[in-house]
Design a protein around this ligand. Structure first.
Ligand SMILES: N[C@@H](CCC(=O)N[C@@H](CS)C(=O)NCC(=O)O)C(=O)O
Length: 203
């Protein structure tokens, strides 16, 4: 059975899983599904997306799915196989998966997109707190891509985690403003945006 990646396409984590499959050269079926839908909860009781299925194996958690794709199939290794190389790349994957996602997605993009009052206006409490902390986070990322990719000079799985977040954060004004102050990040985003794995997973 083909690899199935299940989840709403606008989710940054769903896009990451799809980018990993495409970069690896693994054909997959994308099945759009909302968080907390029965289809998702059947695999992950927490209702979080993405979930995935392959060859009788149900999977949840983006890194677990990405690691499976990277190691179960032929194709270029998206995380180095030597322990030290893997530690260097995994460090960036985990930083994005936790700190960067929490701030830029959960406490910024998701607040803009979903936290509205009864009149449909964005509730800004959390956004305003986050905006104060954006410069420090952007400075961290600006330094991290100085060699051309996240944490180094070649494309890895870490870039599949960061790119969907950078795309989303630039949909809102303070994200755009912070990005405008970061020449390395702008060059990085423009370059990696040209990859088919990014272009083909926009929707
Ligand atoms: N730790 C999970 C997080 C996944 C996650 O937060 N997915 C979001 C969409 S990007 C979601 O399902 N949100 C629904 C919710 O929080 O209820 C992973 O790495 O896959």
């Amino acid at each position: 059975m083909a690899l199935e990646i299940i989840g709403f396409p606008r989710s940054n984590f769903v896009r990451t899983a799809r980018m990993v499959a495409q970069e690896k050269g693994v054909p997959y079926e994308h099945i759009p599904a909302m968080p907390h839908s029965d289809e998702v909860k059947a695999i992950n009781p927490l209702g979080l997306i993405p979930v995935a299925r392959h060859d009788g194996q149900d999977m949840a958690e983006t890194y677990a799915i990405a690691h499976y794709i990277d190691t179960a199939f032929d194709g270029p290794a998206l995380v180095p196989t030597d322990p030290k190389g893997a530690a260097a790349v995994n460090r960036w994957i985990m930083a994005v998966n936790t700190s960067v996602d929490q701030m830029l997605m959960r406490r910024y993009v998701v607040e803009y997109a979903f936290h509205k009052d009864k009149d449909g206006n964005v509730v800004r409490d959390v956004i305003d707190q986050t905006v104060k902390r954006l410069p420090k986070m952007f400075a961290f990322l600006e330094a991290a891509v100085a060699d051309g990719y996240l944490g180094g000079d070649s494309f890895t799985m870490a870039d599949c985690f960061l790119m969907p977040i950078l795309a989303a954060v630039q949909m809102f004004p303070e994200g755009q403003e912070n990005m405008a102050n970061c020449p390395n990040l702008q060059a990085y985003f423009a370059k990696v945006s040209e990859r088919d794995s990014f272009k083909d997973t926009a929707s």
